[in-house]
Design a protein around this ligand. Structure first.
Ligand code: EPZ
Length: 418
């Protein structure tokens, strides 16, 4: 198992470039299934989840040419040799569920392993299934697989019971080739959905309302090839901003979509950070010990659940007491136990954590449990006294490109060891 070894106590200072968004790249890569033409995707981040997704798309027959760091990836789904996403690939990357909608729309059939749960929650996909059934798909669930069949999906009105990011993405992709118009109500509003819609529109899809809670898709006969640049990763950007604030440093992020971080920037300002921003850059300066900030996660544009663990690390050493309420996932406090091993003062009541700020964390040997919990432990290690070892960092590599290189650029004393 690879580990990160961190010597705490340095203020992070300097500039770092933000990579393409994992949660935009994954659905955009699946969109290539919707056409037999070539789709060129740029600014794809070099992440383990992307490598897995490319392997899965290759397995179903997509011809893929990609640079060594995946930054430029060309996909051509002329013919599909298989309509199955097998369990052994889906279990390591839940986003494989995003093959369901486009494959069903394009090929009339899809056999996708149920993703199963993960560390942070049960992660059901009932909304994906309900929406596709409303569009006329026959769906059976047996032996752990979703078997969907639909000669021709039909446009319809769908009201999602719960706001679901990939649920919205699956239904939006499926609707592009349905006969008639589909209206998705109670749709997720995340920026990654707008990015996917922009890619689909470039491919000839007729989509209105992406980014709002009502998305209208007018089905077309076929889609054609296109070139799309993946949007910057707002969660990677937020993670570096929190690391800069928690370490009382001064950092400059380039290549960032600064308008997609409003809720996070509000909270960082409340913690005492001085923030300046332009269209594609953000600078942060933290002159004093952060103030505690209360957080309540909720669907975009509210505070993102993917930033909860990172802010908790900053709250551990902040001045005051913070209340963090996690409303999206039922088990997204796995980092609490590990932070407490570093002397953090945290108590958890249901989906609420109470963090009493202390002046200093102690370095310790800690275990990563899921992607964003790992980021939280790295931030804690950067601001702790002494050495921290973060084990099982394969979780981290799923969502952060070369995090130790980027943090070293900011002056962190951090290295990877196996
Ligand atoms: C996406 O997951 C992201 N992943 C997650 O990022 C992110 O945390 C999450 O959205 C919330 O913003 C990708 O985009 C690949 P949901 P997703 O469907 O789509 C319940 C990361 O760290 N639900 O929006 O799987 C679900 O249990 C990852 O990068 C149903 O009940 O999340 C959860 O409580 C982690 N039925 C809530 O909705 C469904 O059919 C939101 O889940 C679908 C979801």
């Amino acid at each position: 198992m690879q580990k990160l070894i961190i010597q705490g106590g340095t203020r992070l200072c300097g500039e770092v470039a933000i990579s393409g968004a994992k949660n935009a790249a994954l659905p955009v890569l699946c969109a290539a299934l919707l056409t037999t033409d070539t789709v060129k995707i740029n600014n794809v981040p070099f992440l383990h989840d992307v490598t897995t997704m490319l392997a899965l798309l290759k397995k179903v027959g997509v011809v893929i040419e990609t640079t060594s760091d995946h930054s430029e990836t060309v996909l051509t789904a002329t013919t599909l040799s298989s309509l199955m996403a097998p369990y052994e690939m889906v279990k390591t990357m839940r986003a494989a569920i995003l093959l369901l909608g486009p494959m069903l729309a394009r090929a009339g059939e899809a056999i996708i392993s149920l993703p199963g749960g993960c560390a942070i929650g049960l992660r059901p996909v009932d909304q994906h299934i309900k929406g596709l059934q409303a569009m006329g798909a026959e769906i059976k669930i047996e032996h752990g697989y979703i078997h969907a069949v639909a000669k021709q999906l039909k446009g319809t009105q769908i009201v999602m019971d719960i706001v679901s990011v990939t649920g919205t993405e699956n239904l939006m992709m499926a609707a592009t080739l349905a006969s008639g118009t589909t209206v998705i109500e109670n749709a997720a509003r995340e920026p990654e959905i707008i990015d996917l819609a922009n890619c689909l529109i470039a491919m000839g899809a007729k989509i209105h309302g992406a980014g709002s809670d009502i998305i209208t898709v007018e089905g077309v006969k076929s889609l054609h090839g296109a070139t799309h640049n993946v949007m910057p990763d707002r969660i990677e950007a937020g993670t570096f901003l929190v690391a800069g604030a928690a370490s009382q440093g001064e950092i400059y992020l380039s290549g960032v979509a600064s308008h997609t971080l409003d809720a996070m920037l509000d909270k960082l300002t409340e913690a005492g950070a001085i923030i300046q921003l332009g269209d594609n850059w953000i600078s942060l300066k933290m002159n004093n010990r952060p103030k505690s900030v209360d957080l309540r996660t909720a669907p975009y544009p509210a505070f993102p659940t993917d930033m909860q663990a990172q802010f908790m690390a900053m709250n551990c050493i902040a001045d005051g007491t913070a209340i963090i309420t996690e409303t999206i996932f039922e088990n997204r406090f796995m980092h609490v136990q590990e932070l407490k091993r570093m002397s953090a003062n945290i108590s958890v009541e249901g989906n609420t954590a109470i963090i009493r700020g202390i002046t200093r964390l102690d370095g310790a040997y800690v275990m990563a449990t899921d992607l964003r919990a790992s980021a939280s432990l790295v931030i804690a290690g950067l601001i702790a006294q002494g050495e921290t070892v973060v084990d099982r960092i394969y979780h981290l590599d799923r969502g952060y490109e070369r995090i130790e290189d980027k943090l070293s650029q900011l002056g962190a004393k951090i290295k990877r060891s196996s």
